[in-house]
Every structure is written in structure tokens, then in C-alpha cells.
Design a protein around this ligand. Structure first.
Ligand code: TSX
Ligand code: MN
Length: 644
């Protein structure tokens, strides 16, 4: 008998060498397109089987995070038209989403616990809470039952084993995400650590279960725009902190779909951190080396549109200073046995707002995404490059562009925005020229200072230092910022964003404040100092009083000198402020220091009362009493201040 190939169109190397399929009683045979089902830990096999049974995908694809895998997926997405290669850079792509799927959907984001008040505080009667949305698990189950059964019909289900934080670090946590979006798989590969090693590290331990579907089973019921399947009318993002489970439906946009980021590393992780005695925070982490070579690390929490990514990667203007970035968005922090607060960046990439990023505002970010990057909802130049608002001086006038909405025009011509205001770059953190050599240190880096901040055009000094840990917690609880992102808010409203965690709280904000207050209760802990900064104070004509950007190193330098105990501060009602002349202003030109550091009595009386009112309304009886006490002290100090 001959063994000659009777099918010359099938080549030897194309032959499948491993055949795998999953057989489930209620579903039948489901092919495993890639990977070995039996190599996954038992708990994951049960989870994946449940997902198949529920969502009925046409096949299962077990990801390994390899370059070859990424290229295979990229090829598919290019063929389909979801991704466009940006030929000006190596291995970089543009993705235009459905214009209805461009941002996180806070109103459809819920935390589900049996007890409502585990998740949200007791708000004042008639007040709508803004610190998270709760839905009872039974009601949520009804919503989920309307969406998930069969929702992956005709689609491949990707199984993504990922680590938040360096694989195997004692500070890291493992998740498994299933998704029917290969865009999500590609971005997860940049933002987290996907690897088969995760299966080994996981063993029979606990993992965060992440289920994501674009909500477009085949045959599709809805017109698919831009080859971007989604289901905006039915978006739902549900968190089950007790079960360590996330279910996200209907959106492919980053914050809704890259479940390792906001959903896991902030909302679910804040609950794990509460249970385990650590902190999951919306903070950048940077190492600062002053001319004397003694490096110190800072973390900083800012509401959106304050330039957190820019600060994380600052190019300092003062000679002899070095800034290196550990993370630009999330910090997981834990006191070690020696009582030092250690921080890791649970992420592996940057998912940054593109508009406004340029060689002036953030050259290090620009250098980070010159290859192996994905750009979402930016414009494309005729020579195969990216373009967005803020690059006017870096791309030649007259260059033809295609906007994020597929409209063509020449740069310099009037028209609607070229990029969406929430357009993003996604790139590996390892590509940042100033990535810290210890950014993947499994023990984390030691934190000397925690900085809060906001966009505060009036009244709030450039920098002040908390009088104590408790006072610092109060300052964090009172963080507010001018809303600039949405055009509707151009009335310049100052919005509360306590601890910069308002959209990311995983449990009752009052309990979260208590968790912070509990940190010093373990003896032997060395507490970092807490500060507040404001780069955005303006004079009466609306001009910024502080040059910001690389000059912020002068403020950070003052902060670090305070951490070393230098006598360069004076007490005020809001905390310690710099002694006159103690911030290095050399070579800056004229700075109106008097206005930059003033603390107008009536501004602060109003502000303090407004903050207390906010906490009474939004956190009510869940507010730790010490926070109210400190606000009352502050109010009394301003009442006692002479009018002026
Ligand atoms: O990111 C910013 N930072 C932090 C940088 C390390 N931005 C941009 C905010 C939008 C995301 C800033 N904008 C900063 C800042 O420190 N400061 C300002 C305000 C400002 C803007 C322009 C000037 C000065 C201050 N230009 C001139 O004075 C010429
Ligand atoms: Mn963020």
C-alpha cells in the first residue's frame, strides 16, 4: 500500500500534529485550535469548560503570549481590516473602533456583593452616590442571563493566562481571561504578562476569573462598523469581588475589555488588598536620583487629565537629576518584614492618552511607542505614521491624513478633531528609554513619598505636606480636579475624585479610608510622607503660575529633601508649606511665589466646608471620624486666620 499524499494541496508541514478537542456533555465536541487543554490546571479547565458551556464559542484557543502567536493574530486582523499597519514604524498598527465604543462606560460598571454597603457607602438621603455602582448578585444574574448565553457563537474563545506583576513575584497575582476579541488579546499581551509559565506558578492556587465578550454572536444582528464588533446598547461590566470574578460584555474598548487593568488591578485588587492587608492604588511609581546619587521612589495619584504619565516619565530640567519610571498608572504596595513600603507596577505596558503627547510634553513616551505598538482611534498620515492633536509641530503642514473617523484632509486645513480625545497608544513598558532597571524587581521598590494632586486653578498652593499619616489620608480623601476631558464640562467644574480612585473603587470608600488609616497600626512600619501638589494654579488673567513639566523636578526635589528631614517647611492650616526660598527656583525667570503659595482664607473656608459636605453626602456614617475631626480642625484654623 502506498503512503503517497493523495491531496497535493495539503502540505506535510500543514498537517496538524496534535488533535485536541473538549467534549462537554451539554455542548458536544469543541475543537481546541491551539494549545493543550490538559496542560492547564484543573481549576482553569473547570472555568474554561464553564465558559464554553455558557457562551458556545466555535473553538478554544489557548494563548501562550509568544511573538509567533501575536503575528498570527495580527495577520488575521489585518486581513479583516480591523488593524492597519503603520508602515512608518516597525510592527505597529492602527485600530479604529466603532465610534460608539470609545471609552470606559462608568454608568454600566457595577460591583456585586450580597451586602450593598460592603460596596458603596451610606449616602445622604436623596443623594446619588458617585463612589461606585452596586447591583445585587441576583439582579445582576438576570442581566447576565440576558447577555452571555451563546454570546460567542461562531467566534473563537481565546484563553489568556496572565500575571499582574512579574511572574512568580510574591506581590503579583494571576488571572485568566477568556475573550472573543483578538484585539483584546493583542493589547493584553502588551499590558500584562501572558505566558504558559503562569500555569505552573498558579498550580491549585486562586486566580481572578475574567470573562469578556464583545456581545456579537454570529450571525451578527447589528451592522458592524470598522470591522469592530461590539454591542454598545447592552454594555455591562460586572465585578464579583468575593468570587474574584469579572464579567464584561459589549465593549472592546481598553478599560472595559483589558480586564487585567482597571477591573482587576484596581477594583478586584483593592478588595484583595483589603482582605490581605496591602494597598492597590491608582498611582504612578518613579525613581528619582538627585545629584548626590541617593535614589528615592515616589508614588503619585492624580485624577485624569493631570498628566500622570507625563510626570512618571519627566525629563528633569535641573542638572544632575535622573528620573526613571517604574509604572504610570497602578501601584500595588505592601509593607515588607523590615517595615518598608514596597511597590510594584502590576502592568507590563503603557495604555496612554495619545492627544497632547509629543516631544515637548513627553519625549520618553514618544520613544516608547516607536515599534511593537497599537494605536487606537488616532489619525493616520499619508506616509504611514500616526497623528493626533498635539503633534502639529512634529508632522509637516499639508500632509494628508485620514482621521479616526476615516475622513481625509490635509494638515493645516480646518476640520473636526483628527483623533478621538480618548485615543490611546499601547506599548511595552520595556521600550521606554527611562524604564527603571528595577521595574520588574519581584520585591518591589521602597516608597518614600506618596503624592496626591489635582488640577486646581485657584487657591491651592504648588505643594504642601501632610502633618501626619492620618492628615495625609484626609488630603487624599479630599482630592478634586477641574474636569477638562468632556466638552460638556467646559463650564470648568471642579469634580471630587478622592484618592483619584472614584471610578475604580472596589468596595465601600469609607472602609477604604479606614484601611489606609489602619496601615500604621502594625508596629515597626516606616510610613512614607504624604504630599499634595498642584501644577495648574492660574493668575487672575488665567495664565499658569507654574511652568510645570520638567520644572516639576524642583518640587519633587523639595519633597525628597523633606523625606530626609530637612528643615525647609513651615506649618500652615493645610499642612507644611515650603519655607520661602527653599524650592530651587534658579534659572526659572520670574515666578510669582507669593501667589503660587498663598492660601486665601475665604477660598479655603469654602473649600474645607465643601469637602466636609461631600464626605457627609457621599460617605456618611462610613467616614472614619478622624477625617471629619481633621477637617473641623482645618476649618477652625481658617476661621481664626485674620481677614486679609
Ligand atoms: O502633564 C502636565 N504636567 C506634568 C508634567 C510632568 N501637563 C499637561 C496636562 C495635560 C495632560 C501640564 N500642563 C503641566 C504639568 O506639569 N502643567 C501644565 C500647565 C501649563 C501648560 C503650558 C505651559 C505651562 C503650564 N506653557 C508655558 O508656560 C509656556
Ligand atoms: Mn489611570
Amino acid at each position: 500500500m502506498t503512503t503517497a499524499n493523495m491531496y497535493p494541496d495539503i502540505k506535510e508541514e500543514d498537517l496538524v500534529t496534535e488533535v485536541h478537542e473538549i467534549v462537554l456533555q451539554k455542548v458536544g465536541h469543541v475543537p481546541v485550535a491551539k494549545g493543550d487543554f490538559m496542560k492547564m490546571p484543573k481549576s482553569v479547565r473547570i472555568f474554561v469548560s464553564h465558559c464554553i458551556q455558557l457562551m458556545k464559542p466555535r473553538g478554544v484557543y489557548i494563548c501562550d503570549g509568544s511573538e509567533a502567536e501575536a503575528q498570527e493574530i495580527i495577520h488575521k486582523l489585518e486581513e479583516r481590516g480591523t488593524l492597519t499597519r503603520l508602515t512608518k514604524y516597525k510592527n505597529s498598527y492602527l485600530c479604529r473602533t466603532d465610534p460608539e465604543d470609545v471609552a470606559r462606560v462608568e454608568s454600566k460598571t457595577f460591583i456585586c456583593t450580597p451586602d450593598k454597603y460592603e460596596t458603596v457607602p451610606h449616602v445622604r438621603e436623596g443623594v446619588a452616590g458617585i463612589l461606585g455602582h452596586w447591583m445585587g448578585p441576583d439582579q445582576m444574574q438576570v442581566e447576565l442571563n440576558d447577555r452571555f448565553p451563546g454570546c460567542m457563537a461562531g467566534r473563537m474563545m481565546y484563553v489568556i493566562p496572565f500575571s499582574m506583576g512579574p511572574i512568580g513575584s510574591p506581590l503579583s497575582k494571576i488571572g485568566v481571561q477568556v475573550t472573543d476579541s483578538n484585539y483584546v488579546l493583542l493589547c493584553m499581551r502588551l499590558m500584562t504578562r501572558i505566558s504558559p509559565k503562569v500555569w505552573e506558578v498558579l498550580g491549585d492556587k486562586e486566580f481572578v476569573k475574567c470573562i469578556h465578550s464583545v456581545g456579537c454572536p454570529r450571525p451578527v444582528q447589528r451592522v458592524v462598523k470598522n470591522h469592530w464588533p461590539c454591542n454598545p446598547e447592552n454594555v455591562l461590566i460586572a465585578h464579583f469581588p468575593h468570587e474574584r470574578k469579572i464579567k464584561s460584555y459589549g465593549s472592546g474598548y481598553g478599560g472595559n475589555s483589558l480586564l487585567g487593568k482597571k477591573c482587576f488591578a484596581l477594583r478586584i485588587a483593592s478588595v484583595i488588598a483589603r482582605d490581605e492587608g496591602w494597598m492597590a492604588e491608582h498611582m504612578l511609581i518613579s525613581g528619582i536620583t538627585p545629584p548626590n546619587g541617593e535614589e528615592m521612589f515616589i508614588t503619585a495619584a492624580f485624577p485624569s487629565a493631570c498628566g500622570k504619565t507625563n510626570l512618571a516619565m519627566t525629563t528633569p530640567t535641573l542638572p544632575g537629576y535622573k528620573v526613571q519610571v517604574v509604572g504610570d498608572d497602578i501601584a500595588w504596595m505592601r509593607f515588607n518584614k523590615k517595615g518598608e513600603l514596597r511597590a510594584i507596577n502590576p502592568e507590563a505596558g503603557f495604555f496612554g492618552v495619545a492627544p497632547g503627547t509629543n516631544m515637548q510634553t513627553n519625549p520618553n513616551a514618544m520613544m516608547s511607542f516607536q515599534e511593537n505598538s497599537i494605536f487606537t482611534n488616532v489619525a493616520e498620515t499619508a506616509d504611514g505614521g500616526y497623528y493626533w492633536e498635539g503633534l502639529e509641530d512634529e508632522v509637516p503642514k499639508g500632509m494628508a491624513i485620514k482621521t479616526w473617523l476615516n475622513e481625509t484632509r490635509a494638515l493645516g486645513q480646518p476640520g473636526p478633531p483628527a483623533s478621538h480625545p480618548n485615543a490611546r497608544f499601547t506599548c511595552p513598558a520595556s521600550q521606554c528609554p527611562i524604564i527603571h532597571p528595577r521595574w520588574e524587581d519581584p520585591e518591589g521598590v521602597p516608597v518614600s513619598a506618596i503624592i496626591f494632586g489635582g488640577r486646581r486653578p485657584k487657591g491651592v498652593p504648588l505643594v504642601f505636606e501632610a502633618k501626619s499619616w492620618e492628615h495625609g489620608v484626609m488630603i487624599g480623601a479630599c482630592v478634586k480636579s477641574e474636569a477638562t476631558a468632556a466638552a460638556e464640562f467646559k463650564g470648568k467644574k471642579i469634580m471630587h475624585d478622592p484618592m483619584a480612585m472614584r471610578p475604580f473603587m472596589g468596595y465601600n470608600f469609607g472602609h477604604y479610608l479606614q484601611h489606609w488609616l489602619d496601615m500604621p497600626k502594625v508596629p515597626g512600619r516606616k510610613l512614607p510622607k504624604i504630599f499634595h501638589v498642584n501644577w495648574f494654579r492660574t493668575d487672575e488673567s488665567g495664565k499658569f503660575l507654574w511652568p510645570g513639566f520638567g520644572e516639576n523636578i524642583r518640587v519633587i526635589d523639595w519633597i525628597l529633601r523633606r523625606c530626609k528631614g530637612e528643615d525647609i517647611a513651615v506649618e500652615s492650616p493645610i499642612g507644611f508649606i515650603p519655607k520661602p526660598g527653599s524650592i530651587n527656583m534658579e534659572g526659572l525667570g520670574k515666578i510669582n511665589e507669593k501667589e503660587l503659595f498663598s492660601m486665601p482664607k475665604h477660598y479655603w473656608l469654602d473649600d474645607t466646608r465643601e469637602s466636609r459636605r461631600f464626605l457627609e453626602d457621599q460617605v456618611g456614617v462610613d467616614t472614619p471620624p478622624i477625617i471629619f475631626k481633621l477637617l473641623e480642625d482645618q476649618e477652625a484654623a481658617f476661621v481664626a486666620m485674620p481677614d486679609n
